[in-house]
Design a protein around this ligand. Structure first.
Ligand code: PGA
Length: 263
């Protein structure tokens, strides 16, 4: 932890805890999970809660969460506004179902579906164009970390968006640092490892716009659970989390949100 000045600046930033359900769920299981979340999550100043669900369940989450203190969103979006793109879903369609957030450039999309930095940047732009808040995911693989190129990789992923949308676009976006080696592996980055990359990201943005960088919400993702959330969220540049596995268990997600509210 650095000086109290940093903590004051941190306290002014909005925090976010977003669940990434990935390809999990069913109407019945979602209903139980959403009922639990609605009971357990109440509005907290400065903290937003959200769930990013598979496309077919957007109507269900909209019906269940409308009027609650929980926002919702999707896990990807097309870079195109409409047209002959079989299997794709546009930002405007997500807005039709009340989505507030959308994940862009999740490492599983990059690794399994070949999404390039350029495509991720286009999706980011399309999401904002449709009035969504993109949660831009960046992060290095284990091999990249071991080759000490983490900052080069994350810097490149960030630059793709900064170059195409401009630094001002980050005023309506969230960045998620998700080291690929920590996703779904049970192997969390230490708070210090995560903090170092968060500070690097904020520094890159600050070189273009210091004020915007100071207010930018940067969340950490990768095996966050109730047991480790508090120490991660206590770090100067960590403003919440993007939660995979633990977002599927109401008590876990609620406990993680409580840790963010207290941070
Ligand atoms: P995890 O996933 O919490 O299960 O590691 C995080 C993510 O992929 O967003």
């Amino acid at each position: 932890m650095r000086g109290s000045n940093y903590l004051e600046i941190k306290a002014m930033r909005s925090r976010l805890v977003a669940g990434n359900w990935k390809m999990h769920g069913s109407l019945a299981a979602n209903r139980r999970l959403l009922d639990g979340l609605k009971l357990g999550l109440q509005a907290t100043d400065g903290v937003q809660y959200s769930v990013c669900v598979p496309y077919p369940y957007l109507a269900q989450v909209e019906a269940e969460l409308k009027g609650s203190d929980i926002a919702w969103g999707a896990q990807s979006v097309s870079e195109w506004p409409q047209g002959a793109y079989t299997g794709e879903v546009s930002g405007a369609m997500l807005r039709d179902f009340g989505c507030r957030h959308v994940l862009v450039g999740h490492s599983e999309r990059r690794a399994l579906y070949g999404e390039t930095d350029k495509q991720v940047a286009a999706k980011f732009q399309a999401a904002q164009g449709a009035g969504l808040i993109p949660i831009l995911c960046v992060g290095e693989s284990l091999q990249e970390r071991e080759s000490a190129v983490t900052e080069i990789v994350v810097g490149r992923q960030l630059a793709a968006v900064l170059d195409s949308s401009g630094v001002g676009s980050l005023a309506n976006a969230v960045i998620a640092y998700e080291p690929v080696w920590a996703i779904g592996t049970g192997r969390t980055a230490t708070p210090q490892q995560a903090q170092a990359v968060h500070a690097f990201i904020r520094g890159v943005v600050a070189r273009q716009d210091a004020k915007l960088a100071a207010g930018l919400t940067i969340v950490y993702g990768g095996s966050v659970k109730a047991a480790n959330a508090k120490e991660l969220f206590a770090m100067a540049d960590i403003d919440g989390g993007l939660i995979g596995g633990a977002a599927l268990v109401a008590e876990e997600f609620i406990a993680i949100c409580a840790a963010a509210a207290k941070a």
